[in-house]
Design a protein around this ligand. Structure first.
Ligand code: GLN
Length: 532
């Protein structure tokens, strides 16, 4: 087993997750089995209890783990499903060590950061195989920036591991190279962050210079000289029109070849160009559609990262560019929807913005605007239908209004008894049985589908009959528990909502059917509008 560690320098938010995902893709396309692992320095056991404004969306895996959004990049670039073992946090490491201490597993000993915490980190990394046999390379991303107090202990554990593993372990440092007003590329911040890394006992083997433009030869030489590398081990990670171009760009600079050589891996036939072909579909698209995303975390687009990516995949499948129009649900009104060809009401928690979302759904339903409701968006589509079609005045979800006369969305009994917040939602993949002759059946082309979930509230079974009698079709059910999974309006051009989060399984190679359907319907809507 070989190890690649990617650290970040100077600034956060440089796109380290995308760089790691790209490295993974490059190695996978060379025939290596890659297992990606994200390390986060925060004390939360997982990001599940965090507001999306903290670290962007919480990304959910098949096994129900709530993880960092970088795992979404890994899954999408590698086109593989990961498990919760791919995300380590300070909180989860300390929790294991403290639980062991309470059980008496260190009896008689003083439990210390070094060696007990560092040993637990090393053990996890060494045990880690992403559920696969014969992993060739574990690809580790250290979250944050070198020099942060938060990730120091992880870097120490990795330093110790490097002593054991020698040439089997490689350090790649992604650092920022600013371009100042004079047009000059400045290397000093990178020099300083490498010094920081050296002070922690780590010499990087490769540097990726994150810059708005490609690094010049003289920049590369300078970084190499000051940071103890060969100039050809300093690569450009320049701004690109799309993140999916990065594996192609890094391949042009032979990153795969450099890594393979340094790790002493056998040289396998290079890059297959399958990825290029897929990315070309995004880059060559000519048509356009506008999809409105009506949410309450619109100030941070990363809160809807997987939805954005899913729309891009759906666009590629339909040969069009999707313009994402983020609309704040609290302040939205009908005029904001005029230029839309389709609408998404995404997931969310709590009451803020709910009424605005319900109004947006009314607009989509009444105006034949293609609509996709996701999780909370599904629940609110049911609320909207109950209120405005079934005449159940003030119907609501009890998440927003505990005293509603018509609790069409409610907690199921076992959720009512749950008092802890971490990891207690309906989480992960559940099978959904799809009714024949529904929109969902046409889109999924299957009777049983698995999508990932992350929610507490459900459609209240007491109201299914009245909703269906009034024309809402529950086209998908989790049969084992009789929980409603999909709702649609057969008389509408495209109105479908899902209790699940199909955005977590969408890939460039396999666009999520509900998103492809939305974009297809939006294109149709646009043509209709143009001809009117
Ligand atoms: N807040 C809702 C629930 O918990 C919906 C969650 C979501 O949209 N992910 O059921």
């Amino acid at each position: 087993m070989k190890y690649i560690v990617v650290t970040g320098g100077v600034l956060s938010g440089l796109g380290k997750g995308v760089a790691v995902a790209s490295i993974g893709r490059i190695l996978k396309d060379r025939g290596y089995k890659v297992a990606p692992l994200k390390i986060d320095g925060y004390v939360n056991v997982d990001p599940g209890t965090m507001n999306p404004y903290e670290h962007g969306e919480v990304y959910v895996l098949d096994d129900g783990s709530e993880t960092d959004l970088d795992l979404g990049h890994y899954e999408r670039f590698l086109n593989e499903n990961l498990t919760g073992a791919s995300n380590i946090t300070t909180g989860s490491v300390y929790k294991t060590v403290i639980d062991k201490e309470r059980k008496g597993e260190y009896l008689g000993k003083t439990v210390q950061i070094i060696p007990h915490i560092t040993d637990e980190i090393k053990d996890r990394i060494k045990r880690f195989n992403s559920g696969k046999t014969d992993v060739d390379i574990v690809l580790i991303e250290v979250g944050g920036t070198v020099g942060d107090m938060e990730n120091r202990i992880f870097i120490e554990a990795l330093r110790q591991m490097k002593r054991e593993k020698g040439n089997e372990m490689l350090f790649i440092h992604l650092s920022y190279v600013p371009v100042i007003l004079s047009g000059e590329q400045k290397t000093k911040p990178t020099q300083h962050s490498v010094k920081e890394l050296l002070a922690l006992g780590i010499q990087p083997d490769i540097i990726l210079g994150r810059c708005e433009e490609p690094l010049t030869e003289s920049t590369k030489k300078k970084i190499a000289l000051f940071c103890g590398l060969n100039p050809y081990d300093v690569l450009s990670n320049a701004d690109l029109p799309d993140i999916y171009l990065l594996p192609i760009e890094l391949t042009k600079q032979d990153l795969g070849g450099i890594i393979i050589k340094k790790l002493g891996l056998e040289s396998r036939p290079p890059y297959t160009f399958k990825w290029d072909h897929l990315v070309e579909k995004i880059m060559k698209a000519k048509k356009e559609v506008n999809i409105g995303i009506i949410g309450k975390y619109t100030g941070l687009e990363d809160a809807y990262l997987s939805i954005k990516e899913s729309l891009k995949h759906a666009g590629a499948a339909n040969g069009c560019i999707v313009n994402n129009i983020f609309i704040e649900s609290e302040t939205a009104s009908a005029k904001d929807y005029k230029n839309l060809d389709g609408m998404i009401v995404p997931g969310g928690f709590g009451g803020r913005g709910v009424e605005g979302k319900i109004k947006a759904i009314t607009y989509a339903r009444e105006n034949g605007l293609p609509f996709l409701g996701i999780c909370l968006g599904f629940q609110l589509a049911v609320v909207e239908y109950a209120r405005n079609v079934c005449g159940l005045k003030n119907a609501n979800t009890t998440e927003t209004d505990e005293k509603t006369p018509y609790p069409v969305i409610d907690l199921i009994p076992e959720q009512k008894d749950v008092h802890s917040k971490g990891g207690t939602m309906r989480l992960g993949s559940f099978p959904c049985k799809i009714k024949k002759d529904s929109i969902a059946h046409k889109l999924y082309e299957s009777e049983i589908v698995d999508e990932r979930h992350r929610h507490r509230w459900e459609v209240n079974p007491d109201y299914i009959q009245i909703l269906e009698k009034n024309g809402l079709l529950f086209s998908g059910v989790y049969e084992q528990r009789n929980l409603m999974e999909l709702a649609e309006i057969p008389s509408h051009p495209y109105f479908i909502a899902t209790q699940a989060h199909p955005e977590f399984k969408s890939r460039l190679e396999n666009p999520a059917p509900l998103f492809s359907g939305l974009v297809k319907a939006a294109l149709k809507q646009r043509r209709k509008m143009a001809s009117e």
